[in-house]
Design a binder for this molecule. Structure first.
Ligand SMILES: Nc1nc2c(ncn2[C@@H]2O[C@H](COP(=O)(O)OP(=O)(O)OP(=O)(O)O)[C@@H](O)[C@H]2O)c(=O)[nH]1
Ligand SMILES: [Mg+2]
Length: 297
């Protein structure tokens, strides 16, 4: 008798910077979700398809960090995370191992009795004693979570145990996606996230929050992917910073983005990057929609 197929949606949620996107990349073994040292990197849900074995398909949903800010863009980001929480079979709640339990308590108020696994991230930053203390802090909540796992996405610690635990709680049912696919995102969207990642890496603190990327053109030609993209900023002063002295900053950003793109696609990349000022774009519903940040999606 063959074992039945299992498949389900697993939302990965938590505070900004908890390590959600890094965990998803580590589980997949590909750098497909955007990661940054700076918080609020992920702006939109992203579905990643992880085949644990031939019979088990885990659809991981990366989400923007749970936070409270009033900008229209931030409202969209929060709505994205909440949608993922209500539309999934299982939740992974990620808390940085250094965090106090208040963030988890907030999550419980939000998620009610939705089934979830509590994941304490970045264990590699901590001593054995600190890990035990962190686990102990959450013991009073043990009737709320299905399991509690300290992990490290960078060292790989406990990731297999986490996947096993997720698989235990997945419903039986046919696969949602082709097992050969890595994500539901198009190459165009993945490339855009890579340019955003390069922006987050290459610029000082505030600039990336006021910036985004619009892919104007994407063509898969023979032997080369041709991408024309515009970096959108809110102010003229930001445009100057993104371009840099003699174009040095934008060249660096472009080079870094191209390297990320080529590493994933194994193709040659031709990237043409422009910068445009769009005053107040992050508060403008019409413009947000153009960038794909649309509530009704
Ligand atoms: N040492 C260590 N650093 C980690 C680990 N996981 C993530 N990080 C770092 O934490 C930072 C944030 O990681 P992200 O994966 O972008 O966090 P996120 O939860 O997706 O953040 P948002 O998208 O902003 O909500 C990055 O600098 C990562 O390199 C880990 O297991 N160990
Ligand atoms: Mg993220």
């Amino acid at each position: 008798m063959t074992t039945p197929q299992k498949s389900g949606f697993v939302a990965v949620v938590g505070r900004p910077n908890a390590g959600k996107s890094t965990l998803i990349n580590a589980l997949l073994g590909e750098r497909i979700a955007m990661v940054s040292q700076k918080a609020n990197a992920t702006r939109k849900r992203q579905l990643v398809i992880l085949m644990r074995d031939e019979q088990t398909q885990i659809v991981l949903v990366d989400t923007p960090g749970l936070h409270e800010k009033e900008r229209e863009l931030n409202r969209f980001m929060l709505a994205e995370a909440l949608k993922a929480v209500s539309d999934c079979d299982l939740i992974l709640f990620l808390a940085d191992m250094s965090d106090g339990v208040e963030n988890y308590e907030k999550f419980l108020r939000l998620a009610g009795d939705r089934p979830h696994i509590l994941v304490l991230s970045k264990a590699d930053h901590h001593t054995h004693e600190e890990r035990l203390a962190a686990v102990a802090r959450y013991q009073p909540f043990q009737d709320r979570f299905l399991a509690l796992l300290p992990i490290s996405a960078t060292s790989g610690d406990n990731l297999k145990a986490l996947v096993d635990e997720v698989a235990n709680h997945l419903p039986e049912g046919p696969f949602y996606y082709d097992p050969a696919d890595l994500t539901t995102q198009s190459m165009r969207e993945i490339y855009r996230e890579m340019i955003r990642e390069a922006l987050f890496e290459g610029l000082s603190d505030e600039i990336p929050y006021g910036a985004d990327v619009l892919i104007e053109q994407f063509q898969e030609k023979r032997g080369v992917d041709v991408i024309t993209a515009t970096i959108i900023v809110e102010k003229t002063s930001q445009k100057g910073i993104v371009i840099g002295k003699g174009g040095s900053a934008i060249k660096r950003i472009g080079r870094s983005a191209r390297e990320k793109m080529a590493a994933l696609s194994q193709r040659k990349i031709y990237l043409d990057l422009q910068v445009r000022v769009e005053p107040g774009w992050s508060k403008n519903k019409q413009f947000l929609k153009k960038l794909g940040y649309d509530y009704r999606e």
